[in-house]
Write a protein that binds this ligand. Structure first.
Ligand SMILES: [Zn+2]
Length: 308
């Protein structure tokens, strides 16, 4: 076996007593105390002997290709200054206040479901261009919020990746697993807090400019973007926030493990997944289908129709 070089690791003790270990550009791995002690030492002879550990580290990208890479790249550390803590609490409070005002806005505006996305009296091409531009801008700002609170703004390429096939931007957030709860929660919550903040503003404006189609279309798109993050069973912000609150990055595996599936957290996770499926169903029934039908009806002006 050729000589291996391990990246400098960071770790934190999880609720279950095991340790989560990350390094620059790695997936997180969970190991016991003995292994953490080994990983934090420069001597790698133990790793070479333990085949399973070696394989896990290799798959999670813990090895370096060359020595000079070693100290140039480290993961962002959590901030501890008063100003930083203040900005975290401020963002969380703004997010929660936005949530409350969105709920209140339902009393006045209802919920803009998928049939409200395409207005009848506007050329459909304009609407589609608007939706696309709005979604891209809000999506990028959402990711920017993750980057700011995840402290990886300064990282090369800003840590922002693009998944072309899914048409989404995403930020690598694995490093936050070794942070304490508040900064970890802030980094994950910042995106959805931003979406709710924009939706709260749009909803307030919609009450003044009642007939503006852009406010209605944008609100409907944001509603579905926010609910999207609550599909706990798949990789989304809600999924990651729930994993972080349960303090277990592999709860999605543990929840179906024959030895662990009867723990309280495993049951909580399985229930969250059911809730996630309900949200997927809501998206399909109240947004996707009405949206597709409204496009269909757009081209048949004389047909009158109502949803719900
Ligand atoms: Zn997000």
């Amino acid at each position: 076996m050729s000589e291996i070089i391990l990246k400098e690791v960071s770790y934190r003790r999880l609720k279950n007593g095991q340790y989560i270990v990350v390094s620059y550009d790695t997936s997180p791995i969970v190991v016991d105390e003995e292994i953490v002690t080994v990983l934090s030492k420069p001597d790698v002879s133990y790793i070479e002997k333990d085949e399973d550990l070696f394989k896990a580290l290799k798959e999670a990208n813990f090895f370096l290709n060359s020595d000079n890479e070693k100290y140039s790249k480290t993961i962002p550390k959590e901030g501890n200054s008063m100003l930083w803590k203040f900005s975290q609490y401020t963002m969380i409070v703004i997010g929660l206040l936005s949530f409350v005002s969105i709920i209140i806005s339902i009393l006045f505006l209802g919920i803009p479901t998928g049939d409200k996305i395409i207005p009848h009296n506007v050329p459909i091409l304009n609407v589609i261009i608007f939706i696309f531009a709005f979604r891209v801008i809000v999506g990028l700002l959402h990711e920017l919020m993750h980057m700011v609170y995840g402290r990886n703004l300064g990282a090369k390429l800003g840590g922002l990746g693009f998944n072309i096939s899914k048409g989404i931007a995403f930020v690598k957030m694995n490093h936050i697993w070794v942070w304490s709860f508040l900064p970890r929660f802030s980094a994950l919550f910042a995106g959805i807090a931003f979406d709710m903040f924009i939706l709260a503003i749009l909803s307030s404006l919609a009450q003044i400019f009642y007939n503006n189609w852009m406010l209605v279309t944008a609100s409907s798109v944001l509603w579905v973007s926010i609910i999207w993050q609550l599909q706990f069973y798949k990789n989304c912000d809600g999924h990651l926030i729930a994993k972080n609150i349960l303090d277990n990055p592999f709860i999605h595996i543990d929840a179906h493990d024959k030895d662990l599936k009867n723990t309280k957290d495993a049951r909580v996770w399985r229930r969250l997944c059911i809730i996630g499926y309900i949200f997927s169903f809501i998206i399909i029934i109240f947004w996707l289908i009405p949206f597709l039908m409204s496009i269909f009806y757009y081209f048949f002006d004389n047909v009158t129709f109502t949803f719900f």
